[in-house]
Design a protein around this ligand. Structure first.
Ligand code: HEC
Ligand code: HEC
Length: 197
C-alpha cells in the first residue's frame, strides 16, 4: 500500500491464537479482517482467526485518537512503517471509508448483491485496460490455475470489494474511491461471473 520494505519477523502484538507468521502479521487485515469486523465477522473462525475485535466502532473516533492508537500498543507502527501524513489517510479510511459487507454481499452464499450489467460496463471500460476484457491478462495464480479478479471475487468477495475501493498494495492500480459504493458492488457482482480458468 505504501511502497515500503516489508517488516522483518512476526508482529509481537500478533495474538498466539492466530496461525500466521512473518510480515503479513503487520497487516491490518490479519487482525481486523477484510470485512472490518474482526472476530465478529469472516475471521471469527478458521485459519485467520485471531480473536481481535473489528474496527467498525472506530468510525466515531477522532482522527487524532486514531493516529495515537497507531503509534502506541498494541499497534506500535513506527514512522518508517507509516508516515505521519499517511496516518491521516488511514484515519480518513477508518472514519469515512468503511462499508458493511453484510449489506452488499450475501453472508450465506457469498454472492454480491449488485447489478452485474452495470458492473460489466465499468469493468470493461476501467478494469479491462489492465486485467483484460476476459480478466485473463493478469494472472497471479499457480501455473495452470487462474488467479484473477473473477476467481478471487468468488473465493473472497470481501477482499475484492475492499481492493476495488482502495486498490491493491504494491500494484499500480486504480481505485473507485471517488465513486459511490454501489459502483464497486456492481463491479464485484459482475466479477463473480468472469471466467474460472
Ligand atoms: C497484530 C494484530 C493487529 C494488527 C496487525 C492491527 N491491529 Fe488494530 N487492534 C488490535 C487490537 C488487539 C485492538 C484492540 C485494542 C484495545 O481494545 O485495547 C485493535 C484496535 C484497533 C482500533 C480501535 C477499534 C475500536 O473500536 O476500539 C482501530 C481503529 C484499529 N485497531 C486499526 C488498525 C489499523 C488501521 C491497522 C493497520 C494499519 C491495525 N489496526 C492493525 C490488533 C491489531
Ligand atoms: C492500471 C492497471 C490496473 C487497473 C486499471 C486495474 N487494476 Fe486491478 N490490479 C492491477 C495490478 C498490476 C494488480 C496486481 C496483480 C498481481 O498481484 O499480480 C491488480 C490486482 C487486483 C486485485 C487483487 C488481487 C489479489 O491478489 O488480491 C483485484 C481484486 C483487482 N486488481 C481488481 C480490479 C478491478 C475490479 C479493477 C477495475 C475497477 C481494476 N482492478 C483495475 C492493475 C490494475
Amino acid at each position: 500500500m505504501l511502497d515500503r520494505e516489508e517488516p522483518q519477523g512476526t508482529n509481537p502484538a500478533y495474538p498466539s491464537t492466530g496461525k500466521r507468521k512473518g510480515a503479513t502479521t503487520w497487516r491490518c487485515v490479519e487482525c481486523h479482517g477484510w470485512d472490518y469486523k474482526g472476530k465478529d465477522g469472516l475471521y471469527g473462525e478458521g485459519e485467520r482467526y485471531t480473536g481481535v475485535k473489528g474496527i467498525q466502532a472506530a468510525t466515531r473516533m477522532p482522527s487524532e485518537a486514531i493516529s495515537k492508537l497507531m503509534r502506541s500498543g498494541p499497534h506500535n507502527y513506527t514512522s518508517e512503517m507509516i508516515r505521519d501524513e499517511e496516518l491521516d489517510w488511514l484515519a480518513a479510511f477508518i472514519r469515512e471509508g468503511q462499508h458493511d459487507t453484510d449489506l452488499v454481499i450475501h453472508p450465506a452464499t457469498d454472492t454480491a448483491k449488485g447489478d452485474a450489467e452495470r458492473g460489466a460496463a465499468i469493468f470493461q471500460t476501467v478494469c479491462a485496460t489492465c486485467h483484460g476484457f476476459d480478466d485473463r491478462l493478469l494472472d497471479w495464480g499457480e501455473p495452470g490455475d487462474l488467479g484473477s479478479v473473477g476467481t478471487e471475487a468468488r473465493q473472497l468477495p470481501a477482499e475484492v470489494l475492499h481492493k476495488i475501493r482502495n486498490a491493491h498494495p504494491g500494484a499500480a492500480m486504480v481505485n473507485l474511491r471517488a465513486f459511490p459504493l454501489q459502483d464497486a458492488v456492481d463491479v464485484l457482482t459482475y466479477a463473480q461471473t468472469l471466467p474460472a480458468e
